[in-house]
Design a protein around this ligand. Structure first.
Ligand code: DC
Length: 232
């Protein structure tokens, strides 16, 4: 049976991996896994249950991860993210949920509880998976791996622009602090830390537009998967 190709896109928070992954998946007609959304959904669940101390409630959080009731369904032409049949697409994007996601993601039992769920996204004709450990841990046999990076200042500026455009009141200094804290936790945790896979193409996007990033990824994918049909 032919191996279903996976393209992994890893990188730190607010670097634009989600957008890049969506564009690449759409161009190739591949499925998409936003693995950060899984950690965010679990984080939201713990916040709603009032579980405030991840260290104390570790076993309970891992059980919640294994039983997470989530689904992805189209809503107004985009993918809606549902927790127990409630559309929480916006709620999971808040900084509060992101910070909690980074805490629960540092727990080894949570990471292993979410592995099967992530593998289940590998479906024909192929998958684009974005996250922190897609190329290193979850899909080490991926056909093409990319690691996107950018300085934390540039990421904070981009996030600030994005939130301002949505009419949100933002403070760039606190955004930068949150990004640095999250980077620190994601890079220095013991399990599946944020790191580029040895065989990943590293793209620094400080001076690159989104279309240019997408172009570089597609070029890399076509180099790694020469048999990919031209109309894919
Ligand atoms: O990509 P994101 O910002 O939506 O991810 C939220 C948090 O989830 C991030 O701080 C770390 C964690 N995460 C992870 O540990 N591994 C992944 N593959 C994806 C996300």
């Amino acid at each position: 049976m032919a191996v279903i190709p996976v393209i992994t896109i890893d990188g730190p928070s607010a670097v634009g991996k989600g957008t890049a992954a969506r564009l690449v998946a759409s161009e190739l007609g591949f499925h998409l896994l936003d693995s950060g959304a899984l950690y965010r959904l679990l984080a939201l669940k713990t916040l709603r249950l009032g579980i405030l101390d991840a260290a104390v409630h570790g076993a309970g959080i891992a059980r919640l991860a294994a039983a997470l009731d989530i689904s992805f369904k189209p809503v107004d032409g985009r993918t809606g993210i549902f927790l127990e049949d409630e559309n929480v697409s916006d709620e999971i994007r808040t900084e509060r949920v992101g910070a909690r996601a980074s805490e629960v993601a540092a727990m080894p039992t949570v990471r292993s509880a979410l592995l099967d769920l992530q593998h289940a996204f590998r479906q024909s004709p192929g998958l684009v998976a974005d996250g922190r450990d897609m190329g290193t841990v979850v899909f080490p046999d991926a056909a093409a791996k990319v690691f996107i990076d950018a300085s934390s200042q540039i990421r904070a500026q981009r996030r600030c622009k994005e939130l301002s455009a949505k009419g949100k009141n933002v403070n760039i200094a606190s955004l930068l602090r949150e990004i640095n804290e999250r980077d620190d936790r994601d890079r220095n945790r013991k399990v599946a830390p944020l790191i580029a896979a040895g065989d990943a193409l590293v793209i620094n996007t400080d001076d690159l537009s989104i279309p240019k990033v997408k172009e570089k990824i597609i070029e890399h994918v076509r180099r790694c998967i020469p048999g990919l049909a031209a109309d894919n």
